[in-house]
Design a protein around this ligand. Structure first.
Ligand code: SF4
Ligand code: F3S
Length: 104
């Protein structure tokens, strides 16, 4: 499966949701999650994200993002249409470790 990682937090550009053939993105306040049992591992979303937040779970060695995506995809509503990025997206794009400071 593919997973959404730190760079998405407080940005949420949503380009990714437009290309997913199985509509497996779920939307939180300032982050998106991919539902692992729906993702067909096609990889189409990965290059769409302007901040490179989407990665294969093989690049999540400790499983932190895999676990987080699975958990929140169960709780949040599905999103299939792009919408404007969060107002602070461009300013937040290069900030690191946003999970600790900006996740909500
Ligand atoms: Fe959707 Fe493919 Fe991305 Fe999985 S890898 S979330 S199926 S676009
Ligand atoms: Fe997030 Fe990138 Fe999609 S910022 S909403 S993973 S396009």
């Amino acid at each position: 499966t593919y997973v959404v990682t730190d760079a998405c937090i407080a940005c949420k550009y949503t380009d990714c949701v437009e290309v997913c053939p199985v509509d497996c993105f779920y939307e939180g306040e300032n982050f998106l999650a991919i539902k692992p049992d729906e993702c067909i591992d096609c990889g189409v979303c990965e290059p769409e994200c302007p901040v490179e937040a989407i990665k294969p779970d093989t690049e999540d060695p400790d499983g932190k993002w895999t676990e987080l995506n699975a958990k929140y995809a169960e709780q949040w509503p599905n999103i299939t249409k792009a919408k404007p990025a969060l107002p602070e997206a461009d300013a937040m794009a290069d900030v690191e470790n946003k999970l600790e400071t900006h996740f909500s």
